[in-house]
Ligand binder design. Structure first.
Ligand code: ADP
Ligand code: ASP
Ligand code: MG
Length: 417
């Protein structure tokens, strides 16, 4: 007998039929004797709809009210799953974030979990074998008593945090693919499923665009040493042996991984915007004049490239920001134009970032150089580059994203045999 957290994403609870399917997965684990806490997302598309409604109601809305609205999707699915489980004769109770409580910071729309009191849930495991059905994505700020949400994709983080709080043996993330692949299998059909991936590599994949897990959930798994297993909710519940190993990907510490490749996977993100400032005077203090105001405006700058301007005397500075911050970034720079002193501002929003990830890069030289050559042979122009110990990223025209990902996937020997 063990203790499990089972998390089901939006497509897995998209309608009542899918919720019944989830209930059968839960029943399988309950019948096998496990204590089970389930974390659910909102029905597929629901959170997008709620976000859009807030925007329609007022483009500049109060983040506390945004959270009050968008947290509602998970309230519905947690209640519905509890109803279906009860109908199958399984003891079950739904829980919203504030009821547990899941205490978070007050950063509305991107709150961080501070503390979870799992005692009531575990007491109920012992006393009456009751399944806890928990609304993902939401919590409560203890100072203000207001509902918060954890950022898009945040139910993954709810699940791993709950697993840590109740000392679960494993956190199963059920989704619409049967594991973590070398790249998004919807874009590259030749992508290969990984049996295991190290937390470090998964962290990079997630932060560089692979949305299969929210970044924060991987961080929490790493810090609290929670084995996280990504698997499909589309496998028939009755066909799965609860004591066997189903298809999926285990996210675990580096030491547990036997075979290591130099490159683990490729991620991409179309959520990028590029800003280039032309003909800046090359003198101390200029970078501070540009990036200081952006930091003050809470805008995350990612890639930065500096090169000599056409005139050979001044310098050009290119950087990227998340597409959603593009307008604010442009306004921030324009209002500091006097201080920075640039001749022209060029920008592009039809760009994407393609990243190659692998902890094996630590001990191998020339991994990135191979990519630059392969991309140039495909006539793909690189606008900016960043590198770190275990990854490198290139900024390219968005139209070439799929071609670049496929090219690199083949180049690093990741294609399925
Ligand atoms: P859920 O609603 O279950 O949380 P998401 O849509 O958030 O599911 O995440 C699953 C999706 O992540 C998959 O459908 C897939 O298209 C995408 N994805 C991107 N990169 C990867 C990858 N490397 N491995 C697996 N899935 C990936
Ligand atoms: N429903 C939320 C979202 O779509 C949280 C999640 O599904 O993880 O972002
Ligand atoms: Mg998700």
């Amino acid at each position: 007998m063990g203790r499990l957290v089972m998390k089901f994403g939006g497509t897995s609870v998209a309608n009542i039929d899918r919720i019944r399917n989830v209930a059968r997965h839960v029943k399988r684990e309950v019948d096998a004797g496990h204590d089970v806490a389930v974390v659910v997302s909102a029905m597929a598309g629901k959170t997008n709809e709620l976000v859009d409604w807030c925007g329609d109601a007022s483009p500049l809305h109060d983040a506390r009210e945004y959270d009050a609205v968008v947290a509602s999707g998970e309230q519905v699915t947690s209640g519905l799953l509890a109803i279906v489980l009860q109908g199958m004769g399984i003891q079950a109770r739904s829980w919203q974030g504030w009821q547990i409580p899941i205490r978070t910071s007050d950063a509305h729309a991107s709150a961080r979990i501070l503390e979870i009191d799992g005692s009531e849930i575990t007491t109920r495991f012992k006393d009456r074998k009751e399944v806890a059905v928990i609304a993902g994505f939401q919590g409560i700020n203890p100072q203000t008593n207001r509902i918060t949400t954890l950022g898009r994709g945040g139910s993954d983080t709810s699940a791993v945090a709950i697993a840590a709080a109740i000392h679960a043996d494993r956190c199963d993330i059920y989704t619409d693919v049967d594991g973590v692949y070398t790249t998004d299998p919807r874009v590259v059909p030749k992508a290969r499923r990984l049996d295991k991936i190290a937390f470090e590599d998964m962290l990079e994949l997630a932060s560089l665009g692979a949305k299969v897990l929210q970044v924060r959930s991987v961080e929490l798994g790493m810090v609290h040493n929670v084995p996280v297993f990504v698997r499909s909710s589309f496998d028939k519940p009755e066909d799965i042996d609860p004591h066997g190993t189903p298809p999926g990907t285990l996210i675990c510490s580096e030491e547990e991984i036997m075979e290591s490749h130099v490159v683990t996977g490729i991620a991409f993100s179309k959520d990028e915007a590029q800003i280039s400032l032309r003909q800046i005077e090359d003198k101390p203090g200029v970078a501070a004049a540009i990036f200081g105001p952006l930091a003050d405006a809470n805008i995350n700058v990612d890639m930065i490239v500096q090169n000599v301007s056409e005139d050979g005397k001044t310098t050009d500075l290119t950087f990227t920001v998340p597409a959603s911050d593009y307008n604010r970034a442009r306004d921030t720079i324009t209002s500091s134009k006097g201080k920075i002193g640039y001749a022209r501002l060029d920008s592009a929003t039809d760009v994407s970032k393609v990243s190659v990830i692998g902890s094996g890069m630590r001990s191998h030289a020339g991994v990135a150089a191979k990519a630059f050559k392969a991309l140039s042979e495909r006539n793909i122009n690189i606008r900016a580059i960043t590198t770190s110990e275990i990854k490198f990223s290139v900024l390219i025209d968005a139209a070439y994203t799929e071609l670049a990902v496929r090219t690199l996937h083949t180049l690093y020997g990741l294609d399925q045999a």
